[in-house]
Write a protein that binds this ligand. Structure first.
Ligand code: PHB
Length: 405
């Protein structure tokens, strides 16, 4: 269209429509064309909004929406329509909930979830339907190994990726005997598995593995057992409300300061307001630390606090990065969600400029990222070093990527 004039046919149609609208100004009519041509991108958010992982689901949602807001509230010129489901961290409902979002609501992208057991159901639906799927937390190792697929991407971690570095750190320090304790489900098992692999490789010994069902928080009998076993150290995987309760109980049982406690960083992330000094001094490994002093992280934290009046944590970062990844994918096709092959190609080679530090996707679609050693000081997880640089774990070669269907 030259000189701001409409070509003949379009101009005639414009005048007819303007007349039909009874003198509505042309300026009001124009955006309605744009909207009709670019329907909203439908984003399905399937996350826990009740139960022990509630805060995690909220932080992921906030982080995702912040990335979109910083992008002008749109992706590639298209507005977003959200379809939100509380998955209750209930594995029994995982596949049904995901199926409803994909086949009833017809979402363009399925984002979720936190709990690895629920994730198994989502991965099943993503593989069957081919819907674009972004995992903003659940570490289910299989999602990027045995069950990897071209349309499945993760912006968080593999469960064993976050614990393997802690096993290495303790083995390098010459720690000998460790008791492990966690919830008995995929995330707990894989977290302990990763820790054990590195720790025993470095000469350490697991003297006992203790378990309790998810999301049980009756820790007392297990703490009594730990006191009797007197190991050199304890390794745990807990997260959310359960982690906060565990830290308080560990201190109340008189074990804090007697038997050093370690974990993957979920133990102390997002909960320091709720633990008083029960978390003080605890060391963990994770791909983020709230006190990371980089311009990128500082800017992110400032914007997040402004938007939500809450401090962000690792979950907020993972949600934010899920938003960045989707933006990278859809920008590559100018918002045309039907071009799935091109979206996947762009997402596979995206370099995410994350608050955690820059990261890339492995060929299995799991982040290759620095794993930090952190120590709680006051209300912060201070980064004291990098336990393992650019860790690709579980190793990407465990994924035999099927062709795009
Ligand atoms: C998981 O179930 O994969 C999971 C849940 C909470 C976390 C980390 C992993 O903080």
């Amino acid at each position: 269209m030259k000189d701001g004039k409409f070509p003949g046919a379009l101009r005639r149609k414009f005048l007819q429509d303007a007349a039909a609208l009874g003198g509505v100004a042309a300026a009001a009519w124009l955006p309605s064309i744009a909207l009709a041509q670019a329907p909203k991108v439908k984003v399905g958010l399937m996350l826990p909004y009740t139960g022990t992982f509630t805060q995690l689901g909220i932080a992921i949602t906030n982080g995702f929406k912040l990335a979109i807001a910083e992008n002008g509230g749109k992706i590639a010129g298209r507005e977003i329509e959200y379809f939100t489901v509380d998955d209750e961290s209930d594995p029994a409902k995982g596949a049904d909930n995901a199926n409803r979002l994909v086949n009833r609501d017809k979402v363009d992208v399925l984002v979720g979830t936190v709990h690895s057991g629920v994730q198994a159901g989502m991965v099943k639906i993503a593989r069957e339907s081919g819907v674009l799927h972004i995992i903003p937390n659940a570490g289910l190792d299989a999602a990027t190994t045995a069950l990897c697929a071209p349309n499945i991407f993760r912006t968080s971690f593999g469960n064993s990726q976050t614990s393997y570095p802690m096993g290495k750190v303790l083995a390098d320090r010459g720690v000998k005997n460790v008791v492990t304790l966690t919830w008995k489900y995929a995330a707990g098992e894989e977290s302990v598995g990763g820790f054990k692999a590195a720790f025993t490789k470095g000469g350490g010994k697991i003297v006992k593995e203790l378990w309790l069902p998810f999301p049980n928080v009756e820790f007392q009998p297990l703490l009594t057992e730990i006191a009797a076993l007197k190991p050199d150290a304890v390794y745990v995987f807990f997260a959310g409300g359960g982690a906060a309760k565990f830290l308080r109980d560990y201190q109340a049982a008189g074990l804090k300061g007697k038997i050093p406690l370690y974990g993957s960083g979920f133990l102390t992330d997002g909960i320091l307001e709720a633990t008083g000094d029960a978390a003080e001094g605890i060391e963990t490994t994770l791909h983020y630390g709230d006190a990371l002093d980089t311009p990128r992280n500082n800017a992110f934290r400032l914007n997040y606090v402004k938007a939500y009046k809450l401090q962000p944590d690792v979950y907020a970062v993972q949600g934010y990065d899920a938003g960045l990844l989707l933006i990278a994918g859809l920008n590559a096709v100018k918002g045309d969600v039907s071009k799935k092959k091109d979206i996947i190609a762009a997402m596979s080679k995206a370099q995410i400029d994350s608050p955690r530090g820059r990261w890339t996707m492995s060929s299995a679609h799991n982040p290759v990222q620095d794993m930090y050693l952190r120590k709680v000081a006051g209300k912060e997880n201070k980064v004291t070093g990098v336990a393992i640089k650019q860790l690709d774990w579980p190793p990407a070669d465990r994924c035999k990527m099927p062709p795009l269907s």
